[in-house]
Design a protein around this ligand. Structure first.
Ligand SMILES: NC(=O)c1ccc[n+]([C@@H]2O[C@H](COP(=O)([O-])OP(=O)(O)OC[C@H]3O[C@@H](n4cnc5c(N)ncnc54)[C@H](O)[C@@H]3O)[C@@H](O)[C@H]2O)c1
Length: 312
């Protein structure tokens, strides 16, 4: 039985990954400081995992967590872009230096494979769509700079120390357990909550901005494929399908029966206009393609928000 480490395993995406790894028979260790994640996310597997509460900023914490592990999935991060804008150095202490602690620990422990949760934010507002991994990055926030820096550190650890790594650039992930409580949360979680409360949603700008929404189970599949592969480098994890925000609301309104019309507010500064992944690289080198259709993913997420089932 192999032991695998999931940093950020009490979070939205991490907890789905942990459930899948437990189901596949791995011994799963979670490292999380519960700053944005929570134990409730791990309720279904709590008695079958090793949980270590700790902060990435302490190198000893990562060292202890990585000891004896064959794979490391590094998902823990300050995930709020506004938080990284408000505190670039504080967030870099987690997202950059903390990631270096995880890399060092993985190297010392002789880990076979490390997979990192990067982000489509590294592309910035590049109009050349679909966004391909070989486009020059245009980070527009400390968050994006930090993700990009760690991608580079992974490549350097691969080259200098032979640590086998891959970075996955997640696009807009959605699904059960995504927290709708902040205005900067995933738009799907916010819209679903508004619809279930029979409230009009706020759309910033004309609503014709687009996103590539990928269901969390597909992201988990990509993480597993990346761990099992030896392919190095950077891979988009998206669907290749572009959805306009106005059309997202129409679908959610139809699913929930909510008749409210959206309120339009001023566009948010720095908001990206269009985003969609080129999916060829992940498909040809990792064998990954998203399988859960958008409507199906929305229905499963809605079922979870309604509290009528596990949703996943
Ligand atoms: N959700 C998305 O759409 C999306 C898109 C692109 C990339 N990502 C990346 O995927 C990863 C998971 O994101 P998520 O949406 O599940 O967010 P999340 O906030 O639910 O998960 C992050 C987890 O990291 C933990 N954490 C934060 N700081 C820590 C620290 N100093 N030490 C230990 N643990 C710490 C949090 O408690 C939380 O459980 C993140 O790296 C995020 O940047 C997410």
């Amino acid at each position: 039985m192999e032991t695998v480490l999931v940093t950020g395993g009490a979070g939205f995406i991490g907890s789905h990954l942990v459930e899948r790894l437990v189901a596949e028979g791995f011994v799963v260790r979670v490292l999380d400081d519960l700053s944005s994640g929570c134990m409730a996310n791990l309720a279904a597997v709590r008695d079958r995992i090793e949980f270590q509460k700790g902060d990435l900023r302490d190198p000893a914490v990562s060292r202890k967590a990585a000891a004896g592990c064959t794979w490391v999935f590094h998902l823990a991060a300050v995930v709020s872009v506004p938080q990284t804008i408000g505190d670039p150095a504080g967030s870099a202490a987690v997202n950059e230096t903390g990631s270096l602690h995880v890399l060092e620990a993985a190297r010392e422990a002789g880990v076979r494979r490390l997979v990192f949760a990067s982000s489509s934010a590294v592309y910035g507002d590049d109009p050349r769509l679909p966004l391909r991994e070989d486009l020059p990055p245009r980070p527009r926030s400390p968050y994006a700079v930090q993700k990009l820096a760690v991608e580079h550190y992974l490549a350097v650890y691969d080259e200098l120390f032979g640590l086998s790594t891959a970075s996955l650039r997640f696009f807009n992930v959605f699904g059960p357990r995504q927290d709708p409580s902040s205005p900067y949360s995933g738009v799907i979680s916010i819209f679903l909550r508004r619809a279930l409360e029979d409230q009009a949603p706020v759309i910033y700008g004309d609503g014709l901005q687009t996103r590539d929404f990928i269901y969390v189970a597909d992201v988990v599949e990509a993480l597993l494929l990346a761990a099992r592969s030896s392919a190095a480098g950077v891979f988009n994890v998206g669907t290749g399908r572009e959805v306009e925000i106005v059309s997202l609301w129409r679908q959610i309104a139809a699913l929930t029966g909510c008749k409210r019309l959206p309120h339009h507010a001023a566009p948010r500064p720095g908001d990206i206009r269009r985003s969609v992944a080129a999916v060829g690289e992940a498909s040809s080198r990792l064998g990954f393609s998203a399988r859960v259709g958008f409507e199906e993913g929305l229905a499963r997420t809605l079922a979870w928000y309604r509290g009528s089932g596990s949703g996943a």
